[in-house]
Design a binder for this molecule. Sequence first.
Ligand code: GLA
Length: 732
Amino acid sequence: MDIIWHKTSGQFHLFNDRISYIFGISPSGELAGIYFGKRIHDREDMSYIQIRVGMPNVAVDPATESYSMEINRQEYPSFGTTDFGTQAFEIETLNGSRVSSFVYKSHKISKGKEALHGLPATYADEKEAMTLEVELVDSVAEMTLILSYTIFDRYPVIARHATFKNNGAPRVKLTKALSCCLDLSDQNYEWMQFSGGWARERIPEVRKLSTGTVLIESKRGTSSANQNPFIIIKRPRTDDFAGEAFGFSFVYSGNFIAQAEGNNHDRLRILMGINPDRFEWPLEKGESFETPEVVIAMTDCGLNDLSQTYHKLYNNNLVRGKWKNRPRPILNNNWEATFMDFTEQSILKIAKKAKEAGCELFVLDDGWFGERNDDSAGLGDWIENPKKLPEGIAGLAKKVKALGLDFGFWIEPEMVNPDSNLYRRHPDWVLSAPGRKSSLGRHQLVLDYSRPEVVDAIYSMLCKVLKDAPVSYIKWDMNRSLTEVYSNDAPAELQGTIYHKHIMGVYALYERLRTAFPDILFESCASGGARFDAGMLYYAPQAWCSDNTDAMDRIRIQYGSSYGYPIVSIGSHVSAVPNQQTGRTVSIETRANVAYFGTFGYELDLNEISDEEFQEVKKQIVFMKQNRELIQFGTFYRLRSPFETEQNAWMVVSEDKKKAIVGFYCMRAKVYSLPGFLKLAGLDPDLKYRMEGKQYFGDELMNMGITLAEFYAKGFSVSEDYASFVTVIEAE
Ligand code: GLA
């Protein structure tokens, strides 16, 4: 890994063993992109790549007579230039002009990576990464722009963000400040997004790119289940096992856009950042604005490799604290078992059975506080309901501890029901526009986290509950999108800052709680997986993946999530059947075979299942305890896509390739059809492995594949809907 500055050509080359990222000062003084891809040799000057030809109807820079930005690649384009593509940022100066031009002034190359301010971001020490900061100035607007680039030693990854500073102009206004722009030199790519809605999150969708724009976004105040802030730009032939692709992962949990734009000169521009719609950030003299980070990964070996890069980078350089790289406790959550109708006695009964089964953590979900007996009241009143918990959270936690289980509970700290004491005391603490109605979502309003006193008040209430309570886990929920976004505390000219300040307030509360209670494992949640993003992983190393716990649907949701997020971050539980969301009945074996590929736990009352099933549950927990380190932190491969076939298969392989676990799922049986083969991946071709009592070479398993008929004998049948098996492969 190194970052080279070629002074004579004004070019930078960031590289490691796998990638090269090259850009430099363009003939007009701004920064221009040169190359991003597989590692290439370093050269003093690559400006030959810049095209300078007179063309009809192309505007050129007056200093050069032939250099047009439109037909060249740009690094972080601005408005009003010879580039007619979408700009990465926009600044309005006092005279109403939005034209800007930032030219190179200086740069700094350093080892490691500095933290962002109040924002989630990847981190790295001096051996793990190097950072380049390029300082650019716009002398008319009297502003500085710093573009930051971090290259990681072990990963084909560049992390980028930008910082704007007003150096002395009377007020300027940022009306757009994206985190990155990457121009590619042709348009023969496909776009892959991860979309859906409640209970069907992160479903991959692919489309061909050409001229024109593809854009996904969130304007909900949260990253959302509708669109995920992660996209892949891939060659049409790229699949999980081969081919070139770029990933763009936004380390942010609020409004965003991701965009690909092809112009008529075969240039493809990728942009990602805070959604400019509903964003306006005034900068007074001396003030600055820092964008969140985008993590751009590159592969020339297929999408499994791209996903593995994100899994490893996020586990090692994004997740922090005690739970970093630690196998996760097997939990039992009472939500689907009781909803809000419980007493301390009924909870302890469920917990006792969970302990008997081998679970390690009991989680009390919604309904323990205020007048919270259904979802119409109580949110915001973070004080235990004595009718349900006579000795409070502390009392229950101690009793659960005495059973031999750790204890955790549910909160939804960003919200308030109008029917709550908090709202009656502070009706102005919610986001709401003067004189207008306030829309409800699940009977609740959104607290205005742009106001520090609101965050303080919630923090103190939660600290009181946590004081003296042996709590080791918190499920942090967020169950509605933001509407009527207006802060009663901010002047007119700052209303455009509220969406961003609100999410900064959420991050601030997370940071305070995790600093005060460093041993607590946080699991983020938002009506299931509506805020499953890299920003959240910085604070909460796992996320409830979806309220849809049906094993067949979960295969698709977990498969889609695996493209951008580590397996250990995917909250996955076995729930009761018929499934509450789909009505489907799937065996307890298959439900567990899906849930193993995540954090693993149970979302039901284990007293309610048959003895036979309970014995099976005990075995499942023993299996997961033995194998979770490998499943959660091993190298994960998608083998067969549930979107292309009626089957799914995935596997994990240990770092030393001596052990692997394969999961195979028949989602819909095909009658009178031979079961076929499944080719494995990631093994050592020369090692001899043992699987189901027989010996195979690694190359046999990867090239010939495993004979699915083998599993017939063991009771697995491909002529049965929802059948599945999980098998362990070990080197001799
Ligand atoms: C959301 C979550 C669920 C559960 C309920 C509680 O829907 O996704 O898992 O916690 O809230 O109200």
